[in-house]
Design a protein around this ligand. Structure first.
Ligand SMILES: C[S@@+](CC[C@H](N)C(=O)[O-])C[C@H]1O[C@@H](n2cnc3c(N)ncnc32)[C@H](O)[C@@H]1O
Length: 283
């Protein structure tokens, strides 16, 4: 039973961090004139209506993407690119938010390809319609954990995978470790972007996940984590992180610039923090 709907959370602080890391890695790959493949194991629907009942029930986007709307002037280049993809302009209403597949689709070149997976029956249909019969895009209605290993190495064997589960069930944490390790054995040069939530202390498994992923023999493992407020005991997601396996050259510097800029804008109290650190140093 899949009960998670990203429509309730689209554009929140975790989406902002995740999508800026995603776009930064794509930017690095596009610095070479060689094609690559973008894989998304948990794609969602691709485009989210911020006027929907779901989005307005939680209004999480107000503490996320909305905070960036009037802050463009001194933004790092990759943030400017992100805001431009979202068509954000000061004084103009923001009615929709773009998810990871659509941000990639708009950014990738004619020579690049996308492989998108989604399990939910309704989300997959909306995703298909949102991807507009783009010939670079292959959409799979399947379990993204199982699909990850089945689809790697892609052709060409250059590119990145975004692994972005809902973590509604505890098994998702174990699946991430198991499936990314198995995929890495088949495709050791792929770049793997693993999103994780930092939750209230009684429900938080982020440290365990990060520790386990650090022990899988990966190369160049970079952690980027941003929390916007105090960690409560029972409730809420006050932060999130991205682990990047095979992080491209100087991604750490680029992400420090981004988080230095982002933190004062997204912070809600004095407990907010940003970390960019190598868990496995580049060779
Ligand atoms: C956090 S959302 C994805 C958001 C999207 N990556 C983005 O950034 O715009 C997680 C998605 O995974 C889907 N999902 C849940 N379990 C799945 C599974 N085992 N395989 C593939 N998709 C799954 C959910 O229906 C949901 O749409």
């Amino acid at each position: 039973m899949l009960s998670y709907r990203h429509s309730f959370h689209a554009g929140n602080h975790a989406d902002v961090l995740k999508h800026l890391v995603q776009l930064s890695v794509i930017d690095k790959l596009q610095q070479k004139n060689k094609p690559f493949v973008y894989l998304d194991t948990h794609s969602g629907r691709g485009i989210y209506d911020l006027k929907s009942d779901e989005a307005n029930k939680t209004q999480e986007y107000k503490q996320g993407i909305f905070q960036l709307v009037d802050q463009q002037a001194d933004a790092p280049e990759i943030v400017k690119q992100y805001l431009s993809l979202l068509n954000i302009q000061p004084g103009r209403a923001l009615n929709q938010y773009l998810g990871s597949p659509e941000l990639s689709r708009l950014t990738l070149r004619e020579i690049d390809k996308l492989i998108l997976m989604e399990l939910h029956n309704n989300e997959i249909n909306v995703l298909k319609s949102n991807m507009r019969k783009d010939e670079r895009v292959a959409i799979h209605h399947r379990d993204g954990f199982e699909g990850l290993c089945a689809c790697v190495p892609p052709k060409p064997a250059r590119g990145l995978v975004l692994i972005d589960p809902a973590y509604e069930v505890k098994q998702d944490y174990q699946q991430v470790v198991k499936q990314v390790s198995a995929a890495y054995k088949k495709w050791a040069t792929g770049i793997y972007l693993i999103w994780y939530p930092v939750l209230a202390s009684s429900r938080d498994y982020s440290e365990t996940l990060v520790k386990q992923l650090s022990q899988q023999g990966f190369k160049n493992l970079l952690k980027i984590e941003l929390a916007v407020s105090e960690q409560l005991e029972d409730f809420g997601m006050h932060g999130s992180g991205m682990l990047v396996v095979n992080a491209p050259y100087q991604l750490d510097q680029q992400m420090r610039t981004v988080t230095d800029w982002l933190l004062p804008i997204l912070k809600q109290d004095e407990h907010a923090y940003a970390q960019v650190e190598w868990l496995i140093q580049p060779e």
